[in-house]
Design a protein around this ligand. Structure first.
Ligand SMILES: NC(=O)c1ccc[n+]([C@@H]2O[C@H](COP(=O)([O-])OP(=O)(O)OC[C@H]3O[C@@H](n4cnc5c(N)ncnc54)[C@H](OP(=O)(O)O)[C@@H]3O)[C@@H](O)[C@H]2O)c1
Length: 260
């Protein structure tokens, strides 16, 4: 496959990415493909996943799309089975699917439905995915690596109106640490990445233009801009690679200095 990277750390390996129909997940899927991985992309909607697969295959890579809702343990078991049936193993999994709902609502006014939806997708979804992935990886001689996508908001939020989301992302960070300790003896290495504001739809406030967001980033982020999806993907690939063979249970913050 044509690549801008001189490295191919994942040749012959299989990488699964949830929420890979766009945004950060698609960026991560493309980055794994560029480094030689067979990529399995998952999400609820078919069409965006098909686009990610087309981008990978158009560049000479191999990919499989599987529709799956991360709140369904059955869907996740089927997803892992599909990855192994097609490519022979599951070496890397990135639990990236996540939502931010009820944005801007102060804690006392956050609708219960938004709270429950975020807990269900962002926290239970990561737990169930991890359980399906570890069940497969612990049977493999070379184990595997898992990277969960948390957020700098879970590390240190200075933003009002994001309590529910922040709680779920702090939970992803803690879940990643606990699971890392529990499963390193199984040969499964687990870490997290906490992105700051990143160039996807999620980093816009409702109705905000690109110029408004850029202005806001100049004051909100010490680096002065959003991170690119490629910058987040680079951190994920590092943690999933043998370069990080002794990195276990860390949360790598990639946020332009927002939490510094
Ligand atoms: N963008 C940022 O500034 C930022 C900062 C920090 C952390 N993050 C985190 O990074 C991750 C990706 O964010 P993003 O900006 O790329 O968001 P995005 O563009 O909204 O993508 C989220 C993806 O998750 C999928 N998804 C949502 N619910 C799902 C479910 N129940 N089952 C399976 N897939 C589901 C969506 O696809 P379907 O709708 O088709 O399912 C979508 O492809 C999220 O966990 C987010 O919290 C983002």
């Amino acid at each position: 496959m044509t690549t801008t990277s001189t490295r191919a750390r994942f040749t012959g390996r299989t990488a699964l990415v949830t929420g890979a129909g766009g945004g950060i997940g698609r960026g991560i899927a493309l980055a794994f493909a560029r480094e030689g991985a067979n990529v399995v992309v998952a999400g609820r909607r078919k069409e965006p996943l098909a686009k990610t697969v087309a981008l990978i295959e158009g560049a000479g890579g191999k990919a499989l799309a599987v529709t799956a809702d991360v709140t369904s343990a059955d869907d996740l078991r089927t997803l892992v089975r599909a990855a192994v049936d097609r490519f022979g193993s599951l070496d890397v999994a990135v639990n990236n699917a996540g939502v931010l709902t009820g944005r801007g609502r102060l804690t006392a006014d956050l609708p219960e439905e938004d709270w429950r939806t975020m807990l269900d997708i962002n926290v239970t979804g990561v737990l169930l995915a991890l359980q399906a992935e570890v069940a497969q990886m612990r049977t493999q001689p070379d184990g595997g690596a898992i990277v969960n996508i948390a957020s700098r908001i879970g590390v240190h939020s200075r933003l009002r109106g994001t309590t529910g989301y922040a709680v779920t992302k702090a939970a992803v960070s803690v879940l990643s640490r606990g699971a890392a300790l529990d499963h390193i003896a199984d040969g499964v290495r687990i870490n997290a990445v906490s992105p700051g504001p990143t160039a996807t739809d999620m980093s816009f406030k409702p109705g905000e233009s690109e110029t408004d967001r850029a202005d806001r980033m100049r004051t909100e982020v010490p680096l002065g801009r959003v991170s690119t999806v490629e910058e987040i993907a680079a951190a994920v690939l590092y943690l999933a690679s043998d370069d990080a063979a002794s990195v276990v249970g860390t949360d790598l913050v990639v946020d332009g200095g927002s939490t510094a």
